[in-house]
Design a protein around this ligand. Sequence first.
Ligand code: MCN
Ligand code: CUM
Length: 803
Amino acid sequence: MGDMAELQEREQKLQGMGTSLLRKEDAKFIRGQGSYVDDIKLPGMLFGALVRSPYAHARIKGIDKSKALACPGVVAVLTADDLKPVNLHWMPTLGGDVQAVLADKKVCFQMQEVAMVLATDRYTAADGAALVEVDYEELPAIVDPKHSMDKDAVVIREDIADKTEVGHGPRTHPNHIFTWEAGDKAAADAAFAGAAVTVREEILNPRVHPCPLETCGCVASFNKATGHLTVYMTTQAPHLVRTVLAMLSGVAESKIRVVGGDIGGGFGNKVPVYPGYVVAIVASIVTGVPVKWIESRMENIGTTGFARDYHGVGELAADADGRIKALRFTALADHGAFNSHVSATKLPAGLFSICTGSYAIPNAYCRVDAVYTNKAPGGVAYRCSLRVTEAVYLIERMIDVLALKLGIDKAEIRRRNFVKAEQFPYTTSLGWTLDSGAYHPALDKVLKAVDYEGLRREQAALRADPKATTLMGIGLATFTEIVGAGPTKVCDILGIGLFDSCEIRVHPTGGVIARLGTMTQGQGHATTYAQIIATELGLPASDIVVEEGDTDKAPYGAGTWGSRSTPVSGAATAQAARKIKDKARQIAAHLLEVAEADLEWEIDRFKVKGNPEQAKTMKEICMVAHTSNIPAGMEQGLNAVSYYDPPNMTFPFGAYLCVVDVDRYTGETKVRRFYALDDCGTRINPMVIEGQIHGGLTEAFAVAFGQQIPFDDNGNHLGNSLMDYYLPTSMETPHWETDHTVTPCPHHPIGAKGVAESPHVGGIPCFSNAVIDAFAHLGVTHMDMPHTAFRVWQQCHALGLDR
Ligand code: MCN
Ligand code: CUM
C-alpha cells in the first residue's frame, strides 16, 4: 500500500495527461498582464486608418488626398497607386485567388479598403480618413448568390474576367469561382430511382461572423538599416503568414519575423491575411518607422472573414424501415468578392465531404458551386473545421426529415444507420476513412442520462393537451467531425504541406522549454502541451514552458485552426518527447551499467528490471546529459524536434440532446436542457475540454438562435455593430451538461483527437432539430436559422397557434 501511495504521489506531481491542471496562462490574463497587439507601443510609431468604400460596387474615378494631407498630424495617404511601384496593390489569398490590397480602379464590396491614412495618433488618422475624398461611380451590385451566374449579371471581378480558373478548376462564368464534386453521381441517382422513400429539403446556413472579442490588427516595424521586418499581429498561423509576406514583399523570409503575442479569440477570424496588415507593412517599409493598424468592431464584422453563406438542397433516399441508401447534396456557396478564406489546394469546399456523418450511407454525391457576390470575402471561419458545420447541419437535419416521413423515432433511425463498432476503420462513400468510433454506446448513454423515453412521453402528453401554452421540442445530433489537417498528401496551402512541429529542449536541472508551430488564441496550449510532455518525460508540467507564435523561435507549422493542434502538434510533441526519452534511456543504461532492454520506465524514472532499487530519475538524467558521463560518441544535451505529418485525419464524435420549450404566443424559445457527450479519444486536460465545449456550445447557440449578417439589395451591410449582431451573454446562455466516452485514435501517438470545434459543429443542428421537433406533429419539416422569436412566432402564426 505504501508503494501505491508513493507512486500516486509521484504521478500527481507531474500533473500530466488526464489531470485538470488549472491553466498556466491564466495567472497573467486575470491580472490584466496579457500583451495583445494593441498593447505594443514602439518609439516613433504611426497609426493607420483605412478609408473604406460606402458602396458595394463602384468604379473609382479619382481620389483627392489634399484635405486629409492638410490635417495637422497626418503624415501620408496611401492608395493603390502608391502600392503599385512595389507591386503590392494585389496579394495572393490563402484560397488560391488574388485580392486587392487597396482598391484598384473599383470596389467590389461595401467597406472595401480604398486608402490608408497615416498619422501621429489614432484619432488624427481617423480624422484624416474622413477627409479623403473618393469619387465613385456606383455600379449595380449582386447580393443574392442565386443571381451571380445570370447571363446578364454584372462582372464583379474584372481583373480576372478572362481567367478560365482561379486555383480550383474550370470556371463557367466570370462570377464563378469553382465547381467541386465528390462521390459517384450515377450510383447515387440509381439508388434514388429505386428507393422506397426519398426526402428533399432546402438547407440554408446563413452568413455569420465569429466576432472575437479582440478585433484584428498589427504593428509593422521595418528596420531600414538591417532590412529586417517585424510584424506583431493577430494571427492563428504565423508561419504561413511569414511565407506569404516573403512572397509578397521580396524580403528574405529569414529577415521577416511574425510575432503572434496574446490573442483575444480567433475562431477562424484570424487565419487570413487582411489588406490592413499588408498596407501597414508597406507603410512601415516606406516610412521607416513602425506602423500600427487596429480594426474597429464594425470593420471587423463588416470586412473580415465571415462564415458559411451556404445555400443548399439536401436529399436522402431510404428503404421503408429507414435504412439510408443514398445522399445527394448541391450547394451554392457565396464567397463574397474575393476567394480569400483558407482552403487546401485540393479541398476548395473544405472538408464538406464528411457529410455522410456517423452513418453507413452506401451512395453519396455532392456538388458545390462557389460564386462571387458584392459582399465581404471569406466563407470558412467560425469554429467550423472548414465546412464541416455545413456538412453536419445537412446530414443531421436530413435524417430528422427522413424520420418524420417514415414515422420512426429520431434516436432509433440514427441507431439503425450508424457505422457499427466492428466496421471501423470505415471508408465512407465519399472517401474518408473514419479511424474509430463507438456511436451506439454514446447515444445510449445520453438517452439514458436524460430519460429520453420519459421526455417523449411528456412531449406527447403536452401535444394532447389543448390548453398547453408551450410546445416542447427534443433535438438530437449524433455527429462525426473531421479534424487534424492534415496528411500532407491531401492538404497543402500555397503548396506548403499541413504538417506541424514541436521542438523540446531539456535543461540540466530538468526545466523544459517547448516551441510549436501552432498558435493559441485562448485554447490553453501553454497548459496542455506541457501535460503531454510531463507524462512522456516524467518531468513536472509546472516546469515546462510552452512557446508559440514567434517565427524566429518556433519551428515551422501551419498554425491553429481546424482543431488541428492536438491531432498534429500534439502528436509532434509526443514524438519529440519520445526521441528525448530514447536518449535518456541510453544514458540511464550507461549509468546503471545494464543493457537498455533491462530497463523499464516508471512514471518519472528508468528502473532495472527485477532490481527496482537500481534506478535513475529523469531529473538525474537531465543533469548527466550535460556532463562527460554519457556513452562514448554521444553528444551532450537532451533536445529534439519533430515534424509530424499525420497519416490520417482524426474523427471525434458526439451525441447531443436538447430540450426546448417554445411559447406558442410569442415564439420565444427556452433551452430547458442541453446534454453534450463528446468523444475526443484520449483526454489531455478534462477541464480545458469542458471549457472548449462550453464555448463552442455557446457559439452554436448564438448561430442557431440569433446570428445572421443581412444585406439590403444594394449590398449595404445591415448589422455590423454589436447593437445589431447577436452575442449571447451569460443571461441568455443555457446551462450545459457535459459527458464523455473515450475511443482512442488508433493512429495518434497518444490516442487523442481534436475537440475544439465539435461543440459548435454538433450543437447547431441539435438546437435546430429541437426547435423544429416542437412543430413536427404539425407537419413542419424544416425552418431556417436563426430561430429568433420573431421567426418562430411567424411559424406559430402560420399554424394558428397564437390564437
Ligand atoms: N484537448 C485535450 N484533449 C483532447 C483534445 C484537445 O485536452 N483530446 C485540449 C487541447 O490540448 C487544447 C484544447 O483542448 O488545449 C483545444 O484543442 P484542439 O481540439 O486540438 O483545437 P486547437 O487547439 O487546434 O484549437 C483550434 C480551435 C478552433 S479551429 C477554433 S475556430 C476555436 C477553438 O479552437 N477558437 C477558439 N476554440 C477556441 N477557444 C478559445 N478560447 N478561443 C478561440 O479563438
Ligand atoms: Cu473554421 S474556424 Mo477554426 O478552424 O480556426
